[in-house]
Design a protein around this ligand. Structure first.
Ligand SMILES: C[S@@+](CC[C@H](N)C(=O)[O-])C[C@H]1O[C@@H](n2cnc3c(N)ncnc32)[C@H](O)[C@@H]1O
Length: 473
């Protein structure tokens, strides 16, 4: 088998990452090929691309027979890599039910293949009631075409320098397409008038909203250059929300905050960030509802992480708290705590909660969130979990971890195991690093009881999980 060879294959399943998986039968045995933009059941003629020892990548030359599972995408910007489709979604060609089935199987595969666990440790997936317009944050990027035309939108699949000239987005909000189109026109006119100086790089425009509060934050991020259009920009944004959103949406969106983030990034100089509130408040708020009906209100700074799917975050955190099995007497560690979301969810059911988070702005938000919700039994430590965890004096009964995609440093697993909590709850957005880390916990004296997949990101291949580990006594 070599690059350029042609094969006709049937797609068997989807990999975590969204590529179709097919097998090519050779005299040396079966060879796995990952094929982009395919769904299980497609029969395709593929051309072999790059080849590794155990697998290869293939590109569709001809669709021999489309899978009966294929459906028409809702968004006009959805498309394959070859068609220059929008990189925001990868699974719109499957029904939501099929997406859920595939994701659950991917988690099971990762647990079995990477973690060496039995498949039945994976519980049925928890899907979204609303698989559209669920995101509360979207980063729209600027680009410059070869012809010099300024663009603003989401990245084209696999082409990180190009953006889709998008006019609709079913992941964020019905007004997103109109907003991006208006902003694109605004920046193109600045470009035509030579207002953007040569040193300036327009980076992105971030829209964030509280799904349960309707508060909206707009953040323009620019690198270098002298920026002299901010009052016109502010007026444009305010005008958009006045005329087009508050009158045309069923749920009123209230523009609350306009930010400008100026990054200075010059050779030989330290990179700096300057954040300016151009108009309105320094934070927006989101409300999350606990299962017992209590509302928790969170403030969110532009730099702070907040789960991008508000409705599903409520269910995800509910799963995490249930897994923690709290009686009111426990000390809980909430590691990688962001703005304190999970810790605050736990606080009414625990004696004490200690959160650790690297991002200092998020820690300030977390402390403010505790205060605004009248929670007194929680404290937050700013810093790297790896450094701060061994310094904590309390001994936890329960540890909840929610690290970024790369998962845990093995020393964090060791530190947690040294504390010896009876329960460890691991919230993860990456089944492969989760499976690896769960195996480390099992080697350190824990047993894996369950993994609950929760779909936070319909139409994309991403999948969140809540794993429950218990100390072997
Ligand atoms: C997936 S988010 C989870 C945040 C929070 N649990 C939530 O649900 O909103 C991961 C968080 O870990 C933080 N983080 C990344 N590396 C870290 C480290 N080494 N030590 C502490 N926090 C870290 C990030 O800033 C981010 O807030």
């Amino acid at each position: 088998m070599k690059k350029g060879d042609l094969f006709t294959v049937q797609i068997e399943s989807l990999a975590f990452g969204g590529e179709g998986i097919a097998r090519v039968h050779t005299e040396q045995g079966d060879f796995v090929v990952f094929v982009e933009d395919t769904v299980p059941g497609d029969i395709v003629e593929i051309e072999l691309g790059s080849k590794k020892r155990s697998h290869a990548f293939g590109y569709v030359r001809t669709m021999v027979q489309a899978s009966p599972k294929r459906i028409a995408a809702r968004c006009k910007h959805f498309g394959s890599v070859r068609e220059g489709g929008c990189g925001g979604c990868s699974l719109q060609f499957l029904s939501y039910g099929d997406q859920l089935g595939i994701k659950e199987q991917q988690v099971r595969d990762a647990m079995m293949r990477i973690g060496g666990f039995a498949g039945d440790v994976v519980l049925p997936i928890l899907g979204c009631k609303e698989p559209w317009y669920y995101r509360n944050k979207m980063d729209f990027s600027f680009s410059r075409s070869k012809e010099g035309v300024l663009g603003l939108g989401l990245h084209v699949k696999r082409r990180h320098h190009d953006v889709v000239e998008m006019t609709e987005c079913f992941l964020f909000a019905p007004y997103a397409g109109a907003f991006v189109s208006r902003m694109r026109d605004f920046f193109r006119s600045l470009d035509d008038q030579k207002v953007l100086d040569d040193e300036m790089v327009l980076s992105s425009l971030v829209l964030r909203e509280g799904k349960n509060t309707g508060e909206v934050m707009v953040n323009l991020i620019v690198e270098n250059g002298e920026v002299n259009f901010l009052s016109d920009f502010t007026a444009m944004v305010r005008d958009f929300f006045k005329n087009e959103v508050e009158t045309s949406q069923t749920q009123v969106r209230k523009l609350t905050s306009i930010y400008f983030t100026h990054i200075r990034n010059k050779k030989g100089q330290r990179k700096t960030f300057e954040e300016i509130v151009l108009w309105g408040e320094p934070v927006i708020h989101e409300v999350l509802q606990l299962e017992d009906g209590v509302n928790l209100s969170y403030e969110i700074h532009p730099q702070a992480f907040f789960q991008p799917n508000t409705k599903q975050a409520q269910l995800l955190y509910g799963e995490a708290v249930r897994a923690a099995g709290l009686s009111g007497k426990e000390t809980v560690f909430d590691l990688f705590c962001g703005t304190g979301t999970i810790g605050l969810f736990c606080s009414s059911k625990a004696a004490k909660v200690v959160g650790i988070e690297l991002n200092e702005k998020a820690v300030l938000n977390a402390r403010a969130n505790a205060e605004r919700n009248g929670v007194k039994n929680i404290e937050f430590i700013a810093g790297d979990v790896l450094e701060k965890l061994p310094e904590v004096k309390e001994k936890p009964d329960v540890v909840i971890l929610d690290p970024p995609r790369a998962g845990l440093h093995e020393n964090i697993v060791r530190h947690v195991a040294d504390f010896g909590p009876r329960t460890v709850v691991y919230v993860s957005c990456n089944p492969t690093t989760l499976a690896r880390d769960l195996q480390l916990f099992c080697k350190a004296g824990y047993t894996l009881e369950s993994v609950k997949p929760v779909d936070m990101f319909p139409q994309t291949y991403h999948i969140e999980n809540v794993a429950l580990l218990r100390k072997i006594v």
